[in-house]
Ligand binder design. Structure first.
Ligand code: AMP
Length: 215
């Protein structure tokens, strides 16, 4: 499947993407994960991105588009992919359209995961992430804590609060979402293949997508 997942930070795009990969071997492409890996590696791209990310700002469109033009042409994308966190702005969506025509890719569906703001805020403030770049398992201190506090169940690495998940950065990320990313909903409604799924449970979101795709 080739699906774009839209939704605010904390709406569950990453969780839904992971659940969908298990269905048919499609891969998750998370621009946030790619950028964090570049920051950890200390690459030029990572150095450019880090300040924007820590402040809860978007990384400039040209940096993201250069990165995604390469990523979408890697061979593993042939199996299908779930776009998680990309595009984030109208210019990214417009450039993605041109890119997809150029490399002959068509999306099956654009899904907006629609979660109320109070749920999002609570989730982001209590979210914790495995610090191991190859794992990045997500926990929640209230609803899904690791078995041993601060240690990842899967790989034993430290479980941390991301630099961009302080209350200040979260508030700013949500403002950025409303201003720059939410307009994508109107854009893709017009483009077609758009569905809005108002669900707080990722399993319910996956079931709604399966139903739409007759899986
Ligand atoms: P995420 O893990 O998707 O919440 O992304 C974490 C951070 O990475 C965001 O707050 C942005 O700073 C940056 N980022 C991720 N995806 C994009 C994108 N498509 N455009 C611009 N910045 C992005």
């Amino acid at each position: 499947m080739k699906i774009m997942l839209l939704g605010a930070p904390g709406a569950g795009k990453g969780t839904v993407a992971k659940l969908l990969t298990a269905l048919d071997g499609s891969i998750q492409i998370s621009t946030g994960d790619i950028l964090r890996a570049q920051v950890r590696a200390g690459s030029d791209l990572g150095k450019k991105a880090q300040e924007f990310m820590n402040a809860g700002d978007l990384v400039p469109d040209e940096v993201i588009m250069g990165m995604m033009e390469k990523r979408l042409q890697e061979p593993d994308c042939q199996k299908g992919f779930l776009l998680d966190g990309f595009p984030r702005t109208i210019p990214q969506a417009e450039q993605l359209k041109v890119l997809m025509e150029k490399i002959n890719i068509d999306l099956d569906m654009v899904v907006n995961i629609d979660v109320p703001r109070d749920v999002i805020l609570d989730r982001l403030c209590t979210r914790r992430t495995c610090n191991n770049g190859d794992c990045q398992e997500i926990y929640n201190v209230k609803s899904n804590p690791p078995k041993t506090e601060g240690i990842c169940d899967k790989c034993g690495s430290p479980v941390i609060q991301r630099d961009d998940e302080t209350e200040e950065a979260i508030t700013h990320r949500l403002e950025t979402f409303s201003e720059k990313t939410a307009p994508l909903i109107g854009y893709y409604e017009k483009e077609g293949k758009f569905i809005n799924i108002p669900c707080t449970s990722s399993d319910d979101v996956v079931n709604a997508i399966k139903e739409k795709l007759s899986l």
